[in-house]
Structure formats: C-alpha cells, structure tokens
Ligand binder design. Structure first.
Ligand SMILES: C[S@@+](CC[C@H](N)C(=O)[O-])C[C@H]1O[C@@H](n2cnc3c(N)ncnc32)[C@H](O)[C@@H]1O
Length: 106
C-alpha cells in the first residue's frame, strides 16, 4: 500500500515508518539511528550515493551497536565504510548476488 510522504505511518503496533521527501545529501538527521538499509542504485549508475561524505554523516548519526547493510559488495565501498569507522563484514548475498556488506558501529 502506498504511504504518503512526511507522515508517520503505523505498519504494525510496534513498527512505524516515515518517508521523507528529500535527498540523503540534504537530509538533516535529527534522531540517532540504529539500522540503515542502504538500498541505493549502484556506484556505477549513481556514484554520488557512494561518496564517503554520506557514509561519514550516517556513521556520526548512528548509535553504538548500530548496523548498516547494503547489497553493494564493491571493495572500494567496503574500504570507505571501514575508513569512516564501521567494522565491516562480507555476508552471503540475496539470490543472484554472491555477497553483500554489513557494517557495525562499535
Ligand atoms: C534501488 S532503489 C531502492 C528502492 C527502495 N528499496 C524502495 O523500495 O522504494 C534506489 C532509490 O534511491 C532513491 N534515490 C536516488 N537518489 C537519492 C538521493 N540522493 N537521496 C536519497 N534517495 C535517493 C531513488 O529514488 C530510488 O527510490
């Protein structure tokens, strides 16, 4: 079911979602983050989504023990995530992808 922008929508009694109509570059993160599913188009088609400044911004906003996951398994992305502070692991990917990445903020 389509949900409106910029409104907190209850999905279940313990999970709500708010779609914010902005870009990650402009988004001002005002609440600490526990979990990021980074489902951007890949670095070859949208390089600006993989700029290290975005990873720094997300890392700074995350709580300790926060988790960042992405289907992208590129070595440069893994190194950039590591360089901003994430402890990185390669995970088995979803069907059709050999690997994906998970970063943790300790
Ligand atoms: C691979 S799709 C992921 C779709 C998502 N999983 C969903 O179910 O809607 C990548 C998404 O990134 C969004 N996107 C593109 N540039 C963006 C930006 N600068 N900031 C935030 N999102 C962006 C696109 O609009 C697109 O919806």
């Amino acid at each position: 079911m389509a949900r409106p922008w910029d409104a907190l929508c209850s999905i279940t009694s313990f999970f709500s979602i708010k779609k914010v109509e902005t870009t990650i570059q402009d988004f001002e993160i005002r609440q600490p983050i526990d979990l990021v599913y980074y489902d951007a188009f890949g670095p070859n088609s949208q390089a600006e989504m993989w700029d290290i400044s975005i990873f720094e911004k997300i890392y700074k906003a995350m709580r300790s023990q926060g988790v960042f996951v992405t289907y992208c398994a590129k070595g440069q992305v893994r190194r950039d995530l590591k360089s901003v502070g994430f402890v990185m692991e390669r995970l088995e990917g979803p069907p059709g992808k050999r690997e994906m990445l998970r970063g943790r903020k300790l």
